[in-house]
Design a protein around this ligand. Structure first.
Ligand SMILES: Cc1cc2nc3c(=O)[nH]c(=O)nc-3n(C[C@H](O)[C@H](O)[C@H](O)COP(=O)(O)OP(=O)(O)OC[C@H]3O[C@@H](n4cnc5c(N)ncnc54)[C@H](O)[C@@H]3O)c2cc1C
Length: 512
């Protein structure tokens, strides 16, 4: 599809740019004939908001429509970042300020793939460009025996819901998946108040009540910061949690948990882990304050020659090694008196989970520095009894639109610096995979919008009314920014998040 060529005068009128500040970027915009008029961003996490900020700056007359499947914005800033990291969540205030721009509109509770398609947006001329920033809403699997039970049973439970059969709230879905591994993504979403109908929240509360009171030990499989977040939440008491914005039922259930020990399991060693120094230091500080003890077996902390070479060649890893040394000494410190503890288990790989028994296979690292593989030693597996095993080995994106290419291996939408195909761009985790901190999405969005400056073209089918016409049939379900403001105000007043969809509708004055 070719864009419409504009005259230089039209360009300045449309773009609102001053002819006297005609810079290289303006020249590119003019040369490409692409003063974008309307951009639709799918997803309201950092990947989406940083693109919005950039588009509003770089295209001074362009309108930004942000579409989000949930009624409320901010993606993983709201539903991923741990509640005890309010200083990280504060970035949502910057996004809220941006949402006040006259050229920005929010369309909450509208789902790409269910309510609209890329074809609707592009071929029908609703906008000049679509930026996909819908993140990663699935997770990677361990591929071990016992995990398939979880998937089958969860699918069955979903089917039950679809058939509108009433859940047995007393034991229902809690029993359904009582033998299965739970995804850390589900646990994180639950403690962060991810919105759902009240009936589903009741089922989840029942599941986590059963899991958290079923044994004294929980296992988190995975060696990244999400595993540390989960461990902190599992070991926290209600006094600690009550300081943050966790929904009260979550504080209550976590407060009644019988979990005394969380084992964080990784098949490789400390040097190969993805923990960042900041989050590891936080664990040490909490241990020093007596919240829980930290433990790691000396033999699992020992480095082979290749791991020593990896450590010595990497400054952050070298600094992290000091932290591991301190953690190794924790057993003899004051915090060792604490009843609760977090144990790091390295060189240990889960092989099956059945009847609440997790089988852990001892491993050894083999290979050149930075290319070491974890290989089973062949010795007897260790059996750990636990009613809660969390799988925390990474989030994954999914294909949502038949007209957009998807790399099923890497679980991303493939692009050339954010350019996917005519009128379609990508940003955030969907573009580069589920890694990096919130700030990483800013650089990533800069790149995507720079590529839009170079490659985006006007949509010859564009009609200024088409976007509103497209969403008009969904009017009754849509949450606008004024609704978001009401929800955020209510939460600021109460000090905790609203999690039921019914309550969100009530607070915003929408009918059931
Ligand atoms: C548990 C966890 C904790 C983290 N903690 C930190 C931290 O402490 N500090 C830090 O810097 N980073 C942290 N991160 C990383 C950070 O959250 C991510 O880098 C960032 O959120 C990725 O942004 P994104 O916009 O690509 O995806 P997301 O934030 O996931 O946003 C995607 C949005 O798209 C929406 N969406 C999904 N499907 C559709 C659809 N079909 N239609 C419309 N909308 C859709 C989603 O609802 C969501 O709002 C954490 C990540 C996780 C998982």
């Amino acid at each position: 599809m070719f864009g419409e060529r504009l005259g230089l005068e039209d360009f300045f009128i449309l773009n609102g740019a001053c002819p006297f500040s005609f810079c290289y970027e303006c020249f590119l915009l003019y040369e490409c004939g692409m003063a974008l008029r309307r951009v639709c961003i799918v997803g309201s996490g950092p990947g989406g908001f940083y693109v919005a900020e950039n588009v509003l700056q770089k295209f001074p007359s362009c309108r930004v429509e942000m579409m989000e499947s949930l009624p409320v914005p901010f993606g993983l800033v709201r539903f991923g970042v741990a509640p005890d990291h309010p200083e990280v969540k504060a970035v949502s205030k910057v996004f809220s300020k941006l949402a006040q721009n006259d050229r920005f509109r929010f369309w909450g509770n509208v789902t790409l793939g269910a309510d609209v398609s890329v074809k609707d947006l592009v071929r029908n001329g609703a906008c000049d460009a679509v930026v996909l920033a819908y993140g990663a809403s699935e997770d990677r699997l361990l591929g071990i025996r016992g995990e398939e039970v979880c998937l089958e049973e969860q699918a069955a439970s979903q089917k039950k819901k679809k058939n509108n059969k009433k859940m047995d709230e007393r034991s229902g879905s809690a029993q359904d998946i009582s033998n299965s591994i739970v995804s850390a993504r589900d646990f994180v979403a639950w403690y962060n108040g991810h919105p759902r109908p009240q009936s589903e929240l009741d089922s989840l509360d029942a599941i986590f009540t059963a899991r958290l009171t079923g044994s004294e030990k929980a296992v988190v499989v995975g060696n990244g910061n999400v595993a540390l977040d989960c461990a902190r939440m599992l070991l926290a008491n209600s006094e600690y949690l009550g300081k943050y914005d966790c929904p009260p039922p979550v504080v209550d259930i976590l407060g009644r948990s019988t979990i005394q020990e969380v084992a964080i399991v990784g098949r490789r060693g400390p040097i190969q882990s993805s923990f960042t120094n900041k989050e590891l230091r936080e664990m040490l500080d909490l241990a020093k304050s007596g919240a829980f003890a930290l433990h790691v077996a000396p033999e699992e902390l020992a480095l082979n020659d290749a791991s020593t070479a990896e450590k010595d060649a990497d400054r952050p890893k070298k600094r992290q090694w000091d932290l591991w040394t301190q953690i190794g000494q924790q057993a003899s410190s004051a915090a060792a008196g604490s009843k609760k503890r977090c144990t790091f288990r390295f060189l240990t790989s889960p092989t099956s989970y059945q009847d609440g028994r997790l089988s852990l296979q001892p491993c050894v690292l083999k290979g050149e520095p930075n290319r070491q593989r974890s290989v089973p030693t062949g010795s007897e597996p260790e059996i750990v009894s636990s009613s809660l095993v969390l799988r925390s080995i990474g989030y994954a994106s999914k294909k949502l639109d038949a007209d957009v290419p998807f790399d099923a291996e890497r679980r991303i939408v493939p692009s050339d610096r954010g350019y996917v195909q005519d009128h379609v761009f990508v940003s955030g985790w969907l573009k580069r995979g589920p890694s990096g901190i919130i700030g990483t999405n800013k650089w990533d969005a800069d790149e995507t919008v720079q590529t839009m400056v170079e490659k985006a073209i006007q949509n010859s089918a564009y009609c200024p009314h088409r976007f509103d016409e497209l969403l008009a049939p969904l009017e009754g379900q849509i949450f606008r920014w004024s609704d978001v403001d009401r929800i955020l105000e209510w939460e600021a007043l109460q000090g905790y998040k609203i999690r039921s969809l019914e309550a969100m509708r009530k607070v915003t004055g929408k009918s059931e």
